[in-house]
Design a binder for this molecule. Structure first.
Ligand code: SF4
Length: 472
C-alpha cells in the first residue's frame, strides 16, 4: 500500500484560497478582500500564468511577497491524457506535488455540453467492493487547490460546463477542501459555473449530507446507492453499515427541497414563483452488477424506496474493473426490464451510456493500471487499451476469470491474449497508417497536378497577352 500523504507544505496551489488566508494570517498581514477578489479575477482571466508573469500592478508589496514566497500556479501536472476511440471521453492522469496520482475524466455529451468528473481524495476509505479506488485504501485528501487544478487542466482540453465529484474518493470525507473548491467553481470572479452545474456525489454519509445542506444548500447532490436494502448495501458498500438507508434517502430528499424552503422563509406571505416551486431532483446511482442486486425483486424494492421523492434513478452498467471481487454486467435487455419496473413507481429512470470503456473508464482504474505498468513493464497508452480489449476478447471467447485459480496460468493466458490483440491492433494500425500515407500521397499528387495546371494556364494567358500587345 502506498504511504499516506503528509500535511501540505509550501509551495501551495495559487488557487487555494484557504491556504492563502492561512499564510496571510500567520504573517500577521490583513489583506483587503478587494485585493483577494482582484487576484482571483485576474489570475483566472489570464488563464493561470506563472506567478512571475502575473500582472502584480496595484497589489500591496506584502501581498506580492507572501504569495510569491508561498504559492505556485500549478502544483500538479497531467502525466497522461487518453481519449477514447469514439472521442466522447478524455481521461487525465494528474500527478500531485508528492508524486501521488488521481484521475479526472472529461465527458463530451451528444448535446455539446461537457462534464468534468473530479477526484477529491487519493484512494478512498469507503472500500466499495466493486471499485478500483476502494482497493487502495485512503492515502490522503486533496487540497482545494489540487481539486481546482483538475478543472484548469481540463478547461485547456475542452471548456467545462458541469462538474461532478465522482472521481476518486468520498468528497464528503474531505468536506472543507471540497467546499472551498465548489465555492471557487461557482464564484463569478473565477470559473463562474452555475450552482446547479456542480454535483457532489456521496456513497452516503448522512450527517455530512445534513452539513452540506446547511452550508452549500444550492449544490446538487447524488447518492451512490447500488442496493435497495440495508443488508445488501452493507455487503457492497461496507461503510454503509453505519447509516440506515431510509435516513439517507430522507436526507437526500430534504437537501433537494432546500431552495423551496428558503424561498418560502424569505417571503412567508408572498407567492412563490412557479420557477422556484420546481423542486430539484437528486440523482441516485445504482450500479448494475450481475447478481442479487439486479433482480426484479430489487427493482421493486428500489422503486418503493424512492417513490414520491425528488429523485432520478441512474442505472449504471458495471464497467469491469481489475479488482479482487470479480463482477459482471447484466445484459442490456435485463437492465431495460429493471428500468421499466422502477419507472412503474413514478420515477425518472435512466440507463447511463457507458463512456470510455477502452481507456479504463471506471474510477481508479487508470491510476492502478499506470502503477502496475510502471512496476512491471514499460507499456504505452496502446497497451492500456489493449489490456481492456483483451478482457473483452476473453469474454467473447467465453473465458471466465476467477480468483484463486492459478494466478500464473491466468496471467499467461491474459498475456498471450493481450499479445494477439496487440498484434492485431498493431497490424490494423499499420494498415491504416499505410492507407493514410497512400491517401496523403494521392492528395499530394492531385494537389501537384492542380498546381501545375493552374501555373500552365497562367503562363499561357501571360504569353497570349504579350503576343497580342506585340501585334498591336
Ligand atoms: S465507489 Fe466512491 S466511495 Fe466507494 S470506494 Fe470507490 S471512490 Fe470510495
Amino acid at each position: 500500500m502506498a504511504p499516506k500523504r503528509k500535511p501540505p507544505v509550501p509551495p501551495y496551489s495559487a488557487l487555494d484560497l484557504p491556504k492563502m488566508k492561512m499564510v496571510f494570517e500567520e504573517a500577521g498581514f490583513e489583506a483587503k478582500q478587494y485585493h483577494i477578489d482582484e487576484y482571483q479575477r485576474k489570475l483566472h482571466k489570464a488563464g493561470y500564468p506563472d506567478l512571475e508573469d502575473f500582472d502584480w500592478h496595484s497589489f500591496p508589496q506584502q501581498f506580492i511577497d507572501l504569495v510569491m514566497a508561498n504559492f505556485k500556479t500549478h502544483i500538479t501536472k497531467v502525466v497522461l491524457n487518453q481519449t477514447s476511440a469514439n472521442e466522447t471521453t478524455t481521461k487525465l492522469l494528474v500527478e500531485l506535488h508528492d508524486g501521488h496520482r488521481v484521475e479526472s475524466v472529461i465527458m463530451r455529451h451528444e448535446t455539446g455540453r461537457t462534464t468534468l468528473c473530479v477526484s477529491s481524495q487519493v484512494g478512498c476509505q469507503m472500500g466499495c467492493t466493486f471499485c478500483a479506488t476502494g482497493t487502495m485504501g485512503i492515502i490522503g485528501n486533496l487540497s482545494a487547490g489540487e481539486i481546482l487544478e483538475q478543472l484548469v487542466h481540463a478547461d485547456r482540453v475542452k471548456k467545462i460546463r458541469n462538474i461532478v465529484f465522482m472521481g476518486m474518493g468520498e468528497p464528503l470525507n474531505n468536506f472543507e477542501n471540497v467546499k472551498a473548491a465548489v465555492t471557487a467553481m461557482v464564484n463569478t470572479k473565477q470559473f463562474g459555473l452555475a450552482f446547479g452545474h456542480v454535483t457532489v456525489s456521496t456513497v452516503g454519509v448522512t450527517p455530512k449530507i445534513r452539513k452540506l445542506t446547511e452550508e452549500m444548500p444550492f449544490v446538487n447532490l447524488a447518492l451512490s446507492l447500488h442496493a435497495p436494502n440495508q443488508e445488501m448495501r452493507s455487503q457492497i458498500v461496507p461503510a454503509a453499515k453505519a447509516y440506515k438507508i431510509e435516513g439517507l434517502i430522507e436526507a437526500l430528499d430534504d437537501h433537494m427541497k432546500t431552495p423551496l424552503r428558503a424561498g418560502a422563509a424569505a417571503n412567508p406571505d408572498g407567492e412563490i414563483s412557479n420557477k422556484k416551486k420546481k423542486v430539484r431532483k437528486a440523482m441516485i446511482q445504482y450500479t448494475m452488477l450481475d447478481g442479487p442486486t439486479a433482480t426484479f425483486e430489487c427493482a421493486h424494492q428500489l422503486g418503493k424506496l424512492c417513490e414520491g421523492k425528488n429523485i432520478i434513478v441512474n442505472l449504471i452498467p458495471y464497467n469491469t474493473t481489475d479488482v479482487k471481487d470479480k463482477f459482471q454486467c447484466p445484459s442490456l435487455e435485463h437492465i431495460e426490464a429493471f428500468q421499466k419496473i422502477v419507472m412503474g413507481y413514478g420515477l425518472y429512470v435512466f440507463i447511463r451510456k457507458t463512456m470510455g470503456e477502452d481507456i479504463a473508464g471506471a474510477c481508479g482504474q487508470l491510476v492502478l493500471q499506470k502503477e502496475d505498468e510502471e512496476k512491471k513493464e514499460a507499456r504505452d497508452v496502446e497497451d492500456l487499451i489493449a489490456g481492456q480489449q483483451s478482457a473483452k476478447l476473453d469474454q467473447r471467447k467465453g473465458k471466465v476469470k476467477t480468483i484463486g485459480t492459478g494466478m500464473g496460468k491466468r496471467r499467461k493466458e491474459d498475456h498471450s491474449a493481450k499479445q494477439d490483440e496487440m498484434k492485431r491492433l498493431a497490424d490494423g494500425e499499420n494498415a491504416s497508417r499505410e492507407g493514410n500515407r497512400r491517401k496523403e500521397e494521392r492528395g499530394v499528387n492531385i494537389a501537384g497536378v492542380a498546381v501545375s495546371v493552374i501555373a500552365g494556364l497562367g503562363m499561357a494567358a501571360l504569353v497570349g497577352y504579350l503576343l497580342s500587345r506585340r501585334r498591336r
